[in-house]
Every structure is written in C-alpha cells, then in structure tokens.
Ligand binder design. Sequence first.
Ligand code: NAD
Length: 425
Amino acid sequence: MVTSLDDAPNPAYICPYDMACSNLERAAQVLKLDAGIVTFLSVPRRVLTVAVPVRLDDGTLRIFAGHRVQHSNILGPYKGGTRFHPAVTLREISGLAMLMTWKCALLGIPYGGAKGGIAVDPRRLSLGELERLTRRYTTELIRDIGPQIDIPAPDVGTSSREMAWMMDTYSMSVGHAVPGVVTGKPLSIGGSKGRDLATGRGVLITVREALASLNLALAGATVAIQGFGKVGAAAALLLRQSGARVVAVSDGSGGITDPHGLDVEQLIEFTRAGGRLVNFGGAKPISNAELLTLPCDVLVPAALENQITEHNAHAIRARLVIEGANAPTTLEADHILEERGIIVLPDILANAGGVVVSYLEWVQGLSYLFWDEDKVNQELEKLMVEAYRRVERQTKALGLPWRLAAYTLAVGRVAEAFMHRGLYP
Ligand code: NAD
C-alpha cells in the first residue's frame, strides 16, 4: 500500500520503513510471534497524504505534498514529530511512524506511533509562507489529530514556532484553546520546561550509562556529533557541561574538529546567528564523511537516516555509536559494527528523551499543573535509565545486540497489548 505511492529518490538509500520492518521481523522471530500479528504490526493503521496549497509572497500558488502516517494506537494516542525537509516521502514517514510506536512502547509511555511531514525546504520560504504552509497543513489534518487522537511534535526543520501555529490553527477550528494537541510548544502556551534540551539530555543519559557499562568515565570521553540542530547541539552542550570532550560537530554544510575539544557554547551562538559550521574559523574543517570515521570514544549521528552504511561502517573508529537521529545506521552497517565489536545504542532508546518530555508536557497540560525544570529532568532521567537497564538486561539475558534486544521489548509489549485487546470486531 505504502510502497506504491512513492519511492526514495536515491537507489542507495535504504528507507527507514524497510529497516523498521526487518527489525520487527527479527524481533518477532525471537519472540516467536504469530505471523498474522507481525503483518498487522508492519502496516500503518492510517495513511494520509494531503495537498498543501500555499500562496507565495510573489503571488504564485504552489502545492506541497504533506503526509501524516498513524502507525499504531494500541497503547494510546498516536504520537510523533512533523518533518519539513525536501527529501520527505510517504515511505520515509511510514518508517519513522513505526519507529515511534516501538520507542513509546520501549519507554513504557502510553502512546502509539505516528509521524508527519511536508516535502519542502523551509529555508527557502519566508516566515509568512512558512506560517501559511503550517496552518494549511494543520487544517488538512484537523479531523485526524487531537489530544486523545494524534499529537504532533517538532522534528527536522520544525520547532516550537511551528507547534504554536499548529496549536493555534487547531484551537481556532474547535473554538477554544487546546494546548494538548501538540507538544514541543513554547512555554507561554503550555510547553514544558526542559523540552528544548530533552532529546539531547536523553542522549547524554544514554552516553553516560553506556560508558559506565564499559567501565569508562564520561569525564574526558571524546565525542563526535553529526548534526547540530535541536538534538545534536543540545547533546553537544550537555555532554560538554558533563565533562566530555566534544572533538567534532557538523551540520549540512560540513563539520569542524579540534582534538582538544570545541567550545560548544560559542558554536551555538555562532549557528543561532545564522552561521554555518563550515564558516566557523578556529577549528579544522572536515567533511561529514570524515566526521563519522574520526577516532573517538562515542559517535553520535544526530542528523538524518542512512549515514552509517555498508560503505563506511568498516571505517568507524568509535567504541560506541549512540543514535541521536532516527535510523542513521542501515541493517548492513549494523552487522558490520556488531562483528567489529562496536556497540550501537539504537534510536528507539537513545533519542527517546524528546518523546518522554513530550509525554510529560501532555500530562502537565491535561492536569493543568506545571512542574519546575528539576522535576521534569528527574522524571526524564528515571524513565531513560529504567529503559536503558531493561534493554541491557535483555541484551545479556538473550545474548542479542542492543537494537534487537530493544525491539524484542518494544514489539513484545505492543503484541501483548494487541492480544489482550483482541481484534475488533
Ligand atoms: P534539526 O532540523 O533541528 O537539525 C538537523 C541538523 O542536521 C541540522 O544541523 C542540519 O544542518 C543537519 N544536517 C542536515 N543534513 C545533514 C547531513 N547530510 N549531514 C550532517 N548534518 C546534516 O533536526 P533535529 O530535530 O535535531 O533532528 C535530527 C534527528 O534527530 C532526526 O533524525 C530526527 O528525526 C531525530 N529526532 C529528533 C527529535 C527532536 O526532539 N527534535 C527527537 C528524536 C529524534
């Protein structure tokens, strides 16, 4: 169903949907799940593609393709980010939606999985065009989202600004303020303290725990981070503040490296002012490909999918790969890294900090009671560490790589809930 609508433009690109289905099948074999349940879980429940017409500032009318894929609501409302990126396809979004189902199940939070996106380069639109695009997209989804139905959040190319427009559009349509329709909102309209750094904080917790499992200290550990957006920059900042040495970072323009450690605060100021990392003086420029193969303790891919592949996995020189991004490592690369003894902490665990604090934001909004940042961070810490320990135990108990161990826990939880609920009617 999903395959016929579009295909990935680059033949070498391995779609997150195919990766997620393969991992589902591998987990199902370990769990000895019924084939019918596996088929049921591999197909999204609802797939929506909408035309999003926007009047550009020069008066021309342009139509963008918007998608929202609702993979599963067995455990609770659909939940997942909204991506604005030119390479967005329905198939990619379907895979990312499935990853959300496993992520929420693994973390034990009462959500299903979804994802949305528009094939657009947001940097090429004016602020007004972007607002009209976001509001029209929200209007097209209006009957399919809601605090108990499907709750969007930011992802690549979107932020609290777009979430505010989505919340306002939805609220205007129903006639009253509905903060719970999205998460990752500004604080002034019901956002949660700590949400902006939450995914990065989850990455920090995962790096810390994974190093501790190897009897290594976070202080002084060397870290290379690909992607310097909401996830990568926050992870870089928090890792540096915790004593790690951030030796390389990159964005879409390329990267920079300094074996003595980069001044992350200065880099954040530089990029916030519109600078691209490749233009930052004072550190050695490197390509994104070079960053991935630098010698370091920890590599954090935090940009897009398909970054660690069969072509570069042999050259990775980190001891640990902590997936800040969704689906950055292909299946072939997974096997190569495993053979080489490099541990990969999978996306559905390592970057779950964002959806955890999204859940805490939603809970605060529904209870009309807002917490201070310490409380949010404590809850995040608790949920992340518990999930890490569950996966670690499963890895040891079943002798599985971390990704497969995480999938067996997540898929097992969703399958169990499905069996209890039964198939309607
Ligand atoms: P973002 O748009 O804030 O940042 C993306 C960053 O990646 C930018 O610095 C961009 O320049 C860079 N980039 C783009 N193409 C690149 C390339 N080819 N090589 C290197 N860098 C490149 O997005 P984000 O929210 O930080 O999301 C990054 C990843 O983390 C995505 O896979 C996303 O799905 C995942 N994720 C995000 C969240 C969240 O809360 N935002 C939560 C979980 C997972």
